[in-house]
Design a protein around this ligand. Structure first.
Ligand SMILES: [Fe+2]
Length: 365
């Protein structure tokens, strides 16, 4: 990729960050709105630190701007709820740091666009990783703003109904695009039996039907883990879901457990992530809001595809493989289209619902 193409991608991500943060006061940037989220100014400097780490240091061979940032802005070192108490950069210094890193990166672009056999540089991969990292953090920051009641949400409505049968047969799961993450690779053929999938997302009206019919007290529709979560003190009922929300809009802020219980109450189930991707790739014209509305919970645990190889670091995805995390597919109103490709795999804990998460039902034929 040419230096100017890489510069344009970096610039696009930065504009998204700036659009989001520009209207906010210093107090809003440093406030801990929720223990589930970092203060926004942490996200901002963390974006710069990731860029410094991978582009200036790893590829560019520069030394660290400030050695203590490695620990302060390491997402694994401190829980989100503790980050406001750390000696993190205040807004003005964070902005300056992020700007200085970007200036140095732009000077380095001719080197970053070189093909020298280093897989990090192949087709601009490492720049693509930094761009997508920033774009994904803009969604994390939008979640923080939503919890603070400050999000600017577009209005998205559901306009179709019914379901589609996806015929049996093979398809290619995963991605071969140059900027795909390690967890989307290697692309490989998978054979699935036929299945049904809803043409659109579950709406607030649909979900209110479940709530009003006593779905939260109906043990039979919850899994063992779901009911345990349901019984815990934090889960008396819908929490982040807003019963006053527009009835025709997709339901949002439901946990995996709630999504699973709703689907079972409907006599349906969640799709597996493989079914979801097959539907997205083979019958896209039949389906509404596969991206651009809400992330869609699938029944799949997060794991590596056969032949998975961590690249360029295990902490991006491999560290999360196992039974604990569930995969979400699609992309929300806050997800940049560069990230929201049909092969992109998002994951989160089954109790999480501060994210922009909803569901689409599926079923056997
Ligand atoms: Fe990050």
């Amino acid at each position: 990729m040419s230096p100017s193409e890489l510069a344009a991608a970096l610039e696009r991500a930065r504009r998204r960050t700036e659009d989001l943060l520009e209207p906010l006061s210093d107090e809003q940037l440093t406030q801990q709105f929720s223990p589930l989220q970092s203060p926004l100014v942490w996200d901002l400097a963390h974006i710069g630190h990731f860029e410094e780490l991978w582009l200036l240091r790893q590829v560019g061979g520069r030394s660290a701007v400030s050695p203590e940032y490695d620990e302060l802005y390491d997402a694994f070192a401190h829980a989100r709820g503790d980050r406001a108490r750390l000696p993190i950069l205040p807004p003005q210094a964070a902005r300056a740091y992020v700007r200085d890193v970007r200036e140095a990166v732009l000077e380095l672009l001719p080197d970053l666009s070189r093909e020298n056999g280093d897989p990090l540089l192949s087709e601009g991969f490492v720049v693509g990783m930094v761009v997508q990292h920033e774009l994904q953090h803009t969604e994390t920051m939008a979640q923080t703003l939503a919890l603070a009641g400050l999000a600017r949400r577009p209005s998205v409505m559901v306009g179709v109904s019914g379901e589609v049968t996806v015929p049996s047969g093979p398809f290619t799961l995963g991605s071969t695009v140059p900027w795909a993450y390690d967890n989307e690779r290697p692309a490989h053929d998978v054979e699935l039996p036929q299945f049904r999938i809803d043409r659109t997302l579950v709406t607030n009206r649909d979900y209110a039907g479940f709530v009003d019919a006593g779905g939260y007290s109906d043990r039979s529709v919850w899994s063992v883990e779901g009911w345990e979560w349901r019984e815990s003190e934090h889960a008396e009922g819908p929490l982040f879901w807003d019963p006053g929300a527009q009835p025709d809009a997709p339901v949002e802020h439901v946990s995996f457990h709630e999504a699973e219980a709703y689907a079972r109450w409907m006599g349906k189930r969640l799709p597996t992530e493989v079914e979801w991707e097959k539907a997205a790739k083979t019958v896209p014209g039949e389906l509404e809001h596969m991206t651009g509305a809400v992330w869609q919970w699938t029944s799949s645990a997060f794991g590596g595809y056969p032949g998975f190889r961590a690249f360029p670091y295990a902490e991006y995805s491999e560290a999360f493989f196992g039974d604990e995390y569930r995969v979400l597919r699609g992309g929300s109103w806050s997800t940049d289209p560069l990230v929201a490709r049909p092969t992109f795999r998002n994951w989160d804990l089954p109790q999480r619902r501060q994210i922009f998460s909803g569901l689409r039902c599926a079923g056997d034929v």
